[in-house]
Design a protein around this ligand. Sequence first.
Ligand code: PEP
Ligand code: MG
Length: 755
Amino acid sequence: MPSAPGGPRLLLRRLREIMAEPVGAQDRLDKIVVLIAANMVAEVCSVYVLRGDGVLELFATEGLNREAVHQTTMRSGEGLVGLIASTAEPLSLSDAQSHPSFSYKPETGEEIYHAFLGVPLLRAGNTLGVVVVQNRTYRVYTDEEMEALQVTAMVLAEMVATGELQALAPLETGSALRRPLHQRGVSLADGVGLGHVVLHEPRVVVKNLIAENIEAELKRLDESIGDVRAWIDDLLDHGDVAHHGEHREVLETFRMFAHDQGWLRRMREAVISGLTAEAAVERVQSDNRARMMRQTDPYLRERLHDLDDLANRLLNRLVGRDMAAERGSLPDNAIIVARSMGPAALLDYDRSRLRGLVLEEGGPTSHIAIVARALGIPAVGEVANATALTETGDAIIVDGATGDVQIRPTPEVEASYAEKARLRARRQEQYRKLRDVPSVTKDGRAVTLQLNAGLLVDLPHLEETGAEGIGLFRTELQFMIAERMPTAGEQQNLYASVFAETGDQPVTFRTLDIGGDKILPYMQSIEEENPALGWRAIRIGLDRPGLLRMQLRALLKAAAGRPLKIMFPMVATCDEFIRAKEIVEREKAHLDRHGHPLPSDLKLGAMLEVPSLLFQIEEICAAADFISVGSNDLMQFLFAIDRENRRVADRFDPLSAPMLRALKMVVDAADGACCQATVCGEIGGRPLEAMALIGLGFRSLSMSPASIGPVKAMLLKTDAAAVGALIREELQQAGGGDSLRPKLARFAKTHGIPV
Ligand code: PEP
Ligand code: MG
């Protein structure tokens, strides 16, 4: 059986010679296919390039009919070549013609060949084409031959990427690398952003592929692995994990991979086959990426992603790149594309140049989404493979309202989005005009509209929107973006700055809502089966009161002489609220004894997020000064739907009868007890939902800054009593889980209410 006589090493040496020859692109490619065929004792070697229009075109062949070059084409997914391009995986067959995907192209004359080996041309995760060898016999290609062809494919991919081969393609089709792509993710933060891609952790594109000196390359590889291992050990040993944006768990995985003998062996073998150290890392990583795309188990996929991150760090070290310096020099109109990102990393970027954010992960209630909304940056999450589909500098459009992402848009698409952005700006201008208009319904009910905030960067929105204070200050954000636990002094400083910025406007601080998905990277995390139902929020506060006491003291001190409102998250029973209240009273007495000025007025509230509290609604309204409905969590627990799980998160409608009945119970009981009731979950910021809340009797809503204008525009045109009557009537009739959305939407339409 014939096999590669020279192996990858000889092949690479010859390839280097051909690459150095001063010949045209077609000649070079023709020589390469002859070389590969000879080296692998194959009768056929063909190269297909993926064009910008998604079509694979035969660019060169040894063995097939040469007339077919630049004539034979196939779609990605069509035939064996198309299959390889669409799966980004090699394919080895002893009898190609019996494969179900085989499609016969008569002009090529390939009917006499049986054995088939094809591998994708991959570069930084993108498929740019396919290289194929074929034999007449029914033979099985060896692993060494597969490796030789994969190594060659890297060189060919580089030829495609550098544009050398593009000159051979019709101009209008261009390269797959530059193909316009439309992706759909989930909306994280509203707004339209047009700009250019900046990869958050840019993937290194390896250009120097063929080793001059294999011993020297092995040494470079070993040294870099040593450096990366030392870096991980150092971070883990010194506990300064959050500073580098890493979570301990990820670093532990990094450490495991950095010592994984299989991974190291494969990279060393790739160097021995003739690649540079960086090309060897990339070569092994291509296989890993292909596995990643196939993997459906979320845990394993996550681990493969971690390995991808680690390989990228290794590449950065090998090519001597300084990622931190690159982050500092952001171009204008930057749209950050990342796999995932913590809130601190986003805040590191120069905000004045940020136009958008695209993430492969991150649901709408994730903290990066909250920070993006606070900064007013259009953001889309859950865009599969976004980092592999884009390159730094690519034109890109983010539509945060719909979740659409346009990568390398055509001029027509770009023009239509530019128009959309202009329209939005005009609408924003109209909302700005409403800024000083009192927020009173058509039938004269005043409704207080407040902001949700959590960072100092949120506070300028008060002035811009004309909101009447802050209805939810998420204090955990300071903890989540910090490198270590904020000290009592730092907490007090932040709260004092909030008071200084808000002037006479009221602020409701929520005590630390940590645990569940809100993990502090510097705190030992506890493995829990169901973190959303686990040890979190007020539960931690009551079990370990040290942290809660420190925070309460910081709040009381910062509020000296001013009114202060504090509320507790995730209260499940009235008793929990009373115990929390006692802790506040004790802290207050302590400060008083030590001569500290106290707040001029202190109001304590409970968040209603856990359905059990609905069944103690009278008691909690009697005990608390106010109730704030956290509808994000209330929906989660009422319907038993994980708010972070896209499969189920939108399964039930907040405007359905069960939720509206729950909300009505709250507002009715609060009215009866003269206890104020507000809503601070996301539903308060959506005009149609807010219309229903006002109809139910809520007179205070807290929402993200961008929602103030639309909600105010809605309520100015709303007759609260009429909406209330409609809801009451419908709730009496609605059986099961009927949604009132269609009825409410119709009501809004017929009454000219903008929702
Ligand atoms: C809520 O649950 O509705 C809420 C406002 O709190 P968070 O989104 O921070 O959990
Ligand atoms: Mg909540």
